[in-house]
Every structure is written in structure tokens, then in C-alpha cells.
Ligand binder design. Structure first.
Ligand SMILES: Cc1cc2nc3c(=O)[nH]c(=O)nc-3n(C[C@H](O)[C@H](O)[C@H](O)COP(=O)(O)OP(=O)(O)OC[C@H]3O[C@@H](n4cnc5c(N)ncnc54)[C@H](O)[C@@H]3O)c2cc1C
Length: 311
């Protein structure tokens, strides 16, 4: 079978690996210049900073088995455990996505723009070409997925799931800007701040790079404002943690669809009567212990949808 996957984030990569392992042909279509999606790391000067997922946790057996293997390969390690382990990728979260996607066929810089079904095949029009597959998996955040599926009928409840944005400020310091004992502070912060991370203390870089994650309400309230003003306000809030240490450079990352505010309680969705499947972090397996979208829900969704697509 020839399978197309829109989106080379964690769920798309995991699904692709699984179907390839079972002898099918897979192509991923990814609009960005790299795989990983929200497993995102930015190069800044001589260093790098995570600006998507900060760490991941493990609750289920499926991810647990795989993580033990990743630890043995030296791809991930425990950052801190308080009270349960927070895993990070040793070279930044994006490097883990690249390692997992190694060997897969990925069409980068290619945006899927329209989806149709013709004579039982799925036809995808992208901004580069037209591609045809026996089955299609779409793993983009739901609002983007549903735009692609405007001509298809999907359950109304799926269209009602909403996402919150997140701003992340990235700051390069000229001198030490230690953040707590492990490089993370996520309590007793000024209103608006969610997490402040020092990427050097986290162990992914040698330079003093701090990632500042703003909470949902703040990000929503500031979403319409200019980047410069937003970054300035994040810097002001950061000073409540770092004091007056001097900043050499700063950047802003704007995630329109960072986290879903609600979830779908099935690990994937199959469009009635069509060879089209939806997966991603918003699709949780039944009885999910956390009930939240996260690294693990994207991973588990990828595994489940792969099994369904190849049967
Ligand atoms: C700021 C932030 C902090 C987070 N922190 C944590 C954390 O600490 N712990 C944790 O467990 N999780 C965290 N998460 C969530 C975690 O990153 C996600 O749950 C997970 O990475 C989602 O993977 P996914 O494959 O479902 O989606 P994505 O990673 O979003 O992948 C979807 C892919 O589809 C691509 N795409 C979209 N539209 C198209 C199109 N039309 N054509 C082609 N490609 C397209 C996108 O570019 C993207 O690469 C965080 C997320 C953000 C944004």
C-alpha cells in the first residue's frame, strides 16, 4: 500500500515508521524546512534553545518501552525527576524528531493545500505538485486539518475543538543567568509566565540561552499585538526572575495552535467511507491517565492510527 502523511511532527513520524516496518510505502509532506513540528529547537549564535515541547513524561507501557531504547542509544535522558522523570532529547527536542524520522521519505517545504478522493485514491494538491495515495493520514493541528477537509463531512464535535496559542521568548544572555537548581522555574512566577528555562542548565547547549513560555491566557490576550511590543513585555517579566543580567539578543516564537483546550477521546479518527485518517496529540486513547494533549498522546496516536491504516 502507498500511504501519504501530511505533517512530519511526532505523530506523523511514529505512524510512518510503523507502516514502513510492515512493508508499506510512505511519503510525508511537511510544510516546514525540517521535521519535528512542535518538537522545535532554534539555533541562536553558537547555541540552541528548545521553543516547543520542553520535556516529556511517560505514563503508558508503549512509550516506556521505546524510551528505554532511546536512553540506551543516548538520544534522550532524564533532566530531573520531581516526583516523576522529565525526559529531554540530548541535542534539543528537534534532534529527537530527526533521529526518529531518519530514513523516511519526507517532502520538506511542501504545503498540502487541497484533498480529494478520486476513483478510490486520495489526491493531494500541494503548493509544489499533485500526489496520489491509497490512504492518507493528516496530523496537522485540527483547525488546519479541517480546512483541508472543507469538502468532506466530519462529526460536528470535531470542528468544535479549539486550541490556545503560546508565545515563547528566546533570550541570549552575555553572562550567567541561572534559573533555579535544574534550569527550570515553573512556580511562583509573575502573572503571565508559565515556565522559564535555561537551556545550558538543561544540558542542550553551552551558551546562556533562556526560553520563556507564556501561559494560555496571557498569550491569548497578547496575540493581536506587534511582536516587538510582546517581546519587550516578556523581557520585562523575565527580569523578575533573572534580575538585571544583560541580554545580547532576543527573539519571539508565536505558536498559533500550541495546545488543544479540549481533547478527542479516541486515538485517531477515520473519515466515514473514505481512506482518510486523522491523528495527532489531540486524539487520546481511551482511559488516558493524563487527559491532556502532549508528547505522549502524539506518540500513542501515531501508533494506533498506523495499526488501523494497515489493516
Ligand atoms: C510551546 C509548546 C510547549 C509544549 N510543551 C510540552 C511539554 O513540555 N511536554 C509535552 O509533552 N508536550 C509539550 N507540548 C506539546 C507537544 O509538543 C505536542 O503535543 C506534540 O509535539 C504534537 O505532535 P503532533 O505530531 O501531534 O503535531 P505537530 O508537532 O504540530 O505536527 C504537525 C505537523 O504538520 C505540519 N503541517 C501543518 N499543516 C500542514 C500542511 N498543510 N501541509 C504540510 N504540513 C503541514 C506542521 O508543520 C507540523 O510539522 C508543547 C507544545 C508547544 C507548542
Amino acid at each position: 500500500m502507498n500511504i501519504g502523511i501530511i505533517g512530519a511532527g511526532l505523530s506523523g513520524i511514529i505512524a510512518a515508521r510503523e507502516v514502513v516496518r510492515h512493508g508499506h510505502t510512505v511519503e510525508l509532506i511537511e510544510k516546514s524546512q525540517s521535521v519535528g513540528g512542535r518538537l522545535a529547537t532554534r539555533r541562536i549564535g553558537d547555541g540552541k534553545a528548545d521553543h516547543g515541547a520542553v520535556y516529556f513524561t511517560v505514563r503508558g507501557e508503549a512509550l516506556n518501552r521505546e524510551v528505554n531504547d532511546w536512553v540506551e542509544r543516548g538520544w534522550v535522558r532524564i533532566w530531573y525527576a520531581d516526583p516523576y522523570p522529565r525526559y529531554i532529547a540530548v541535542d534539543g527536542m528537534n534532534a529527537l524528531a530527526k533521529r526518529l524520522g531518519d530514513g523516511l521519505t519526507v517532502h520538506l517545504h511542501e504545503r498540502a493545500e487541497a484533498v480529494a478522493v478520486e476513483n478510490g485514491k486520495v489526491v493531494i494538491k500541494t503548493d509544489v505538485t499533485t500526489r496520489q495515495y491509497d490512504r492518507l493520514l493528516i496530523t496537522s493541528p485540527l483547525p488546519q486539518t479541517l480546512e483541508l477537509l472543507a469538502d468532506f463531512s466530519v462529526e460536528a464535535a470535531l470542528r468544535e475543538l479549539t486550541y490556545a496559542p503560546t508565545f515563547v521568548g528566546l533570550f541570549e544572555f552575555t553572562s550567567e543567568a541561572a534559573i533555579g537548581s535544574d534550569g527550570i522555574v515553573d512556580t511562583e512566577l509573575a502573572p503571565g509566565l508559565l515556565k522559564v528555562i535555561n537551556n545550558r542548565q538543561k544540558g542542550i547547549t553551552a551558551t546562556e540561552l533562556v526560553s520563556v513560555y507564556m501561559d494560555e491566557a496571557w498569550s491569548e490576550a497578547w496575540y493581536g499585538r506587534p511582536d516587538e511590543e510582546t517581546l519587550q513585555e516578556i523581557e520585562r517579566l523575565l527580569a523578575t526572575v533573572t534580575g538585571t543580567a544583560s541580554i545580547q539578543s532576543k527573539q519571539l516564537k508565536r505558536w498559533r495552535y500550541a495546545q488543544a483546550t479540549d481533547v478527542w477521546n479516541e486515538p485517531f479518527y477515520h473519515l466515514d467511507g473514505h481512506p482518510i485518517y486523522l491523528a495527532g496529540d489531540v486524539f487520546l486513547e481511551r482511559g488516558d491517565a493524563s487527559g491532556r494533549t502532549r508528547f505522549e498522546s502524539a506518540y500513542v496516536s501515531g501508533l494506533h492510527v498506523a495499526e488501523a491504516m494497515r489493516s
